[in-house]
Design a protein around this ligand. Structure first.
Ligand code: 5GP
Ligand code: ZN
Length: 114
């Protein structure tokens, strides 16, 4: 998927400010942060949106959340709180069509989200 920005980050074609990496997932700081901490956690495998998720991806998606939990502990915002978000398609404002978990922390979050 050469046209996909996040696949290009995975391949090293494009730079990113990496926070965590293993064989299956990658986490990096968002280029346009919406909170003092804004990390994007992605599977290395290209899955465009939540609508393309299959049973076989269940463990992979679980790993995105486990990475978020670990980073929250390591970076010290677990107790204060944080928000995880996956936007899907137009009405939710998805702009990069490679599934990703936003991890936002460091400020009070409004609810419901805009
Ligand atoms: P979405 O709007 O699809 O839920 O989230 C996409 C996120 O990716 C946005 O928060 C946006 O700032 C971030 N983003 C887009 N392009 C890049 C990039 O090239 N590098 C990084 N680090 N983040 C990006
Ligand atoms: Zn991709």
């Amino acid at each position: 998927m050469e046209s996909c920005i996040f696949c290009r980050i995975v391949s090293g074609d494009m730079a990113s400010d990496k926070v965590y990496e293993d064989e299956e997932i990658l986490a990096f700081n968002d280029i346009n942060p919406k909170a003092p901490t804004h990390i994007v956690v992605i599977p290395k495998m290209h899955i465009a949106t939540l609508n393309e998720l299959e049973e076989g991806h269940a463990a992979l998606v679980g790993k995105l959340f486990l990475a978020a939990r670990r980073m929250a502990e390591e970076q010290g915002f677990a107790e204060a709180g944080y928000r995880t978000v996956i936007n899907c398609n137009r009405l939710a404002g998805q702009s990069v069509f490679h599934i990703h978990l936003h991890v936002l922390a460091g400020r009070l979050m409004g609810w419901p989200p805009g």
